[in-house]
Structures are given as C-alpha cells and as structure tokens.
Write a protein that binds this ligand. Sequence first.
Ligand code: NCD
Ligand code: ZN
Ligand code: ZN
Length: 361
Amino acid sequence: MSRLVKISGMVDPHVHLRGLEWSHKGTFHSETSAALAGGYWAVLDMPNTPPSTVRQSGLQTKLNAIDAEAVCDWGLYYGATADNNSATYPSIIDDVCGLKIYNNATTGDLLIDTQTIREQHFRYWPAHKPIAVHAEGETVVDILQLVRQYRKFTHFCHISTAEEIGYLSAAKAEGLPVSIGICPHHLYLSENDVPHLGALGRMKPELKTKADVNALWQAISEGVVDVIESDHAPHTLAEKLMPTPPSGVPGLETTLPLLGLALHEGRLTLEQIVALVADNPRHIFHLACPPETYTLIDFEYTYIIDRQNLHTRCGWSPFEGMRVVGKIIEVWIRGQKVYNGEQILAPSGFGRNLCHNSLIP
Ligand code: NCD
Ligand code: ZN
Ligand code: ZN
C-alpha cells in the first residue's frame, strides 16, 4: 500500500552547511544533496561556519562557493558581531535572508552577551528581513524586551524547554512579532539518551528532560509552534570521538520521516506537518514557492534509519536504528526533477539564492 502526499516548497530555515574551511565535514554539494534527499526545496544557512559571514568579504566568499555547488535553492544569514558590525548592513542586505544573533555560548566566536550590543543590532537591522536568535532560558526574556522595543520580526531558533515555550506563548498572546522553531532531536531524544549516544547526542541546545519534550509536543499540538527546523550541523565521526567533541548533529534527511512517524502515531495531522516544514517557514522569510516545486512522499513506507542510506558526508545520525515513516519519492524544483528517491539529478550550481529570485515584495 502507499499513501502518496505532495508538499509544495519545503524549507528548512536552520542549517549549518559545510564547505570551504570545513570541507572535511561536508561540502555545499554534499549537504544540499542531503537537503534534496530529505525532501527540501530550500535551506537557509547559518553564518557561523568559517569564514563567518559577518563582513562583506566573508559573505562574498560563501556566496561564490555555495552558488557554484548547491543543488537545492538557498539563502544565507548574516551574523551579528560583538564589535557591532551594523554599519555594514546596507551593503549586504540584498544578498542575505536575515540576521542571526547568537546570545548564548555557541560554535565559533559570534556570542553577544551584552544587552547594549544586542540592542544596536535590533536598532539598525532593516525591518523587512527577519532576525533569527539563538537564545536559551532567561535569555529569551532579554531578547523579547528588544522585540517589544523595536517590533522587528524575530524567529526563536531551536526552542527546547517548557520554560522557553512559556515565555514565547506569552509573547505571542501579547502580539509580539515572533515565531518559534523546534528541532526533531528535541522532540525524539532526551537527556536519557545521552549515556548511550555519547557525543552523537551532543548539540546546542543540549537534550532536555522528558517533561520538556512533552511540553514541546504539547505546544505543537496547540499550534504555538511555527517551524520544525533541523539545525543540521554535521561533524565527522572521528571528530565526535575526540576527547572534546564539537556540538552538532545532522538532521536534513531525518526530519520529514520523523514527522511521518508522528503522523502515523496520530500526534500530528498532515496539515500541521505541511505548515511546519513548508508554508510557515516560507511566510516567515517571505519566500515565494516557484512553480512546479514540490516533494512527493509515501507516508505508508516505514524503514529503519541507517547510515548507509544518508547523503550527508558525515555518514551518521543520532536517530540511527529508529523506525520511521515516509519515503521521499521525488523532489521537483522549477519544473525539473532533482531527486528520484535515490539519486541527485540536479547539476552542481543548480540551486539559486532565494534572496535574489523569490522574495515576495
Ligand atoms: C552548530 C555547528 O556545528 O555548526 N552546532 C550545533 O550544535 N548546533 C553550531 C552552533 O550553532 O552551535
Ligand atoms: Zn543555535
Ligand atoms: Zn544552529
């Protein structure tokens, strides 16, 4: 039996692609291939992989590299810096999808922990493109204060606790322009999995308690959550086995089948899934779905996640061994079949910068 479902214009607005100085972990080609294999039309790439996209030069280097290699459509975030790079905003704004502000400890050196510097970024960032924030715990409250002051649309990445959901539900009730993203690993794994996963269960934010996991599912069912985002951040197995392993897990190829599992178990409806992985992220980032851009998924197909079948170069998954539901049958972009369920059919460089081509005015 099969249950074929068509979803138009799937977007993952939170990935850390690899390439350039981090090509040993993956390349723009390998990780955008993982995006297609996961059913995605487009991904939005974070600014903190070297070279950081915090000046025009670093941004240009990344634009050139991804433009030559990407097989899906894409956008790049600009990164806010502690030394206040807001004077460069006018020169980069047309090339990027949004601004990312890291407000808690993270990979790379983009941490901003002083409220006055955060305020400068909120003040000068052009209001027509979203701000995305990494903010955990009480820091969510600090950022909400700036949203209240400047009324600039702010996406809260990878929300992982009941406490954070509480702050953001209240912010939405207050009418603040905010959206909430949640990652599959915070829905399907908890701190109880860290002992057996070891470093493969280490990411930022870290895995939380069962009570937090339940609060996230509850928030999704109540419609408080806007986006499911992977925070795809592959590192090699060798790096993960080192004494001080880097944080981050791959996720682009497992998000949709994990949501298919929730569909199968009756925890989510198909309408909710379409909103979380396609319609809502497109609306938040003002992305127009190009004609004939969709994914066909068989939501009767169940299989066990196995590293052999992944396109991400890192070749592992924290979800390995889980039985999931949903096989990506085909992906089409702009009338061209780019994935046939097994192979990537798009040539390197097929992907376009959405901020040049698909923005809704
Ligand atoms: C990210 C990575 O490795 O690129 N890791 C992660 O755990 N999310 C970087 C980051 O945002 O910390
Ligand atoms: Zn983050
Ligand atoms: Zn991230």
